[in-house]
Ligand binder design. Structure first.
Ligand code: URQ
Ligand code: ZN
Ligand code: ZN
Length: 484
């Protein structure tokens, strides 16, 4: 068993930072505190001048996803290896059953694909259709497979889009199970209509993509999903909140005490929609993802959302399509596979543009990159903190280390990088995943298959008291005289 003593660093958790040593025995943190003596045979790491952070948790990735007629280029091994090079030690990916496919069968398929992961991983399961069998199998997944979050795509008509009937059935079931409903909030009917109109105008290039998915399309769906969840009493989590319209819906609901959580992607915080006006087709198509990159004012609002706590988590939606895959849409932007990379860059981008600019404190950075996702998806404190008993998912963070992001040097399996040329200050020097050193100052030592599936138990039954409808008296029938 490997013993490691990380000595002389500043430990940063979501709620507290302190000068402390961290002792790791095997896969677990066993002690955190000042002046810990190194046990015989221990590997001692000098952490002076560095921060010791909980390993990042990325709650939104799509490794080797079959989508839009192709398969994402990053697989579970290469993607989790790249993640650890960037300080992320756990991903939550997505099982996305085809309509009419058993969700349990799809779950087993994705579990098979993920066996090769180098880091720990878990799955949200998407509900893409509905009948009694789906209802039953959601129960099996929740009770026996450690799934406490079910995803709903309100976009992607004629593919994996949920209509309101599916949303209502699935949200109701999630509440019964004590599970979260997570949502891709874009009105797929509006997208479909706008895509057609824009294409018919002769706009066939990547610039047509954002035009077909304006913020109003996300705002409507975000509000609808939140309202459905409110009426049914289901906790809801909005993935990739990208614009003011959706953030306003989240903010209203949270201020009223509704159980709503929301995520922002690191790329939506720092990249605007000007990328779609690039005259180089490949350079513009490389940014086609949904929701699209937005005009600059939305970035400012998203940072404020993160600072105010209205947005709790950051993610990447890492879903890689290489240049030749994006070219499937060369004549029709509707056929450009939607997705971008970022699992290796998220933490460095957030430190550079969040902590170094004063937008986020170091503890807020840990909350947004690790602890909040661990709490919301019920992995805390096993994951998401530096404390005795926690998994030894640890990052030695070098605040003065620098990196220039490039497709030529990143570890992600894609020939494009949305942050190309971005200068980072603040990088992971070393990454341990359950006590195993996987990244050491530029040397990647990820081991295929070393990752484990993380069970995520459901939550306590959703308490009636937090539902707004409980302010109302219990409805009763009116007693009437028989009609003459
Ligand atoms: O919509 C998603 O989250 C998946 C299909 C990745 N693609 C994307 O454009 N976000
Ligand atoms: Zn999505
Ligand atoms: Zn996604």
């Amino acid at each position: 068993m490997t013993t490691t003593l990380i000595k002389g660093g500043t430990v940063v958790n979501a709620d507290f930072e302190s000068q402390a040593d961290v002792l790791i025995e095997g896969e677990t943190i066993v002690a955190v505190g000042p002046n810990i003596d190194a046990p015989a045979g221990a590997e001692v790491v000098d952490a002076s001048g560095s921060y010791v952070l909980p390993g990042g948790i990325d709650p939104h990735t799509h490794m080797q996803l079959p989508f839009m007629g192709t398969v994402a280029s990053e697989d579970f091994y290469t993607g989790t290896a790249a993640a650890m090079a960037g300080g992320t030690t756990t991903i939550i990916d997505f099982v996305i059953p085809s309509p009419q496919q058993s969700i349990l069968e799809a779950y087993d398929t994705w579990r098979g694909w993920a066996e090769k992961s180098a880091s720990d991983y878990s799955f949200h399961v998407a509900i893409t259709w509905w009948d009694e069998s789906v209802r039953e199998e959601m129960g099996v997944l929740a009770r026996e497979r450690g799934v406490n979050s079910f995803k709903h795509f309100m976009a992607y008509k004629n593919a994996i889009m949920c209509d309101d009937e599916v949303l209502v059935n699935s949200f109701s079931r999630a509440r019964e199970l004590g599970a979260l409903a997570t949502v891709h909030a874009e009105n797929g009917e509006l997208v479909y209509r706008l895509q057609q109109e824009i294409f018919d105008k002769g706009i066939t290039g990547p610039e047509g993509h954002p035009l077909s998915r304006p913020p109003e399309v996300e705002g409507e769906a975000a509000n609808r999903a939140i309202r459905i969840a409110e009426v049914l009493g289901t906790p809801v989590y909005l993935v990739h909140t990208s614009c003011i319209d959706a953030l306003e819906a989240v903010t209203r609901a949270r201020l009223e005490g509704q159980r709503v959580f929301a995520e922002v992607l690191s790329q939506h915080l720092v990249i605007s929609d000007k990328v779609y006006r690039n005259e180089d087709w490949d350079q513009a198509a490389g940014y086609v993802m949904s929701p699209p990159f937005r005009p600059h004012q939305h970035q400012n609002a998203l940072w404020r959302g993160l600072q105010s706590g209205m947005l709790q988590t950051t993610a990447t939606d890492h879903c890689c399509f290489c240049v030749d895959q994006k070219r499937m849409g060369l004549d029709d932007f509707r056929k450009i596979p939607n997705g971008t990379s970022g699992v290796e860059d998220r933490m460095g981008v957030l430190w550079t543009h969040g902590v170094n600019t004063g937008r986020l404190s170091r503890t807020e950075f840990v909350a947004a990159t690790s602890a909040n996702a661990a709490k919301i998806f019920n992995m805390y404190p096993k994951k998401g903190c530096i404390a005795p008993g926690a998994d030894a998912d640890v990052v030695l963070w070098d605040p003065s280390g620098t990196r220039t992001i490039s497709k030529d040097t990143h570890h992600q399996r894609i020939d494009f990088n949305i942050y190309e040329g971005m200068e980072l200050e603040g990088v992971p020097a070393m990454t341990w995943m359950r006590g195993k050193l996987t990244w050491n100052r530029g040397e990647l030592m990820a081991e295929k298959g070393h990752g484990k599936y993380v069970d995520r138990p459901c939550f306590a039954p959703y308490w009636e008291s937090v539902k707004r409808r409980n302010d109302l008296a219990e409805p009763t029938a009116v007693v009437r005289k028989p009609v003459a």
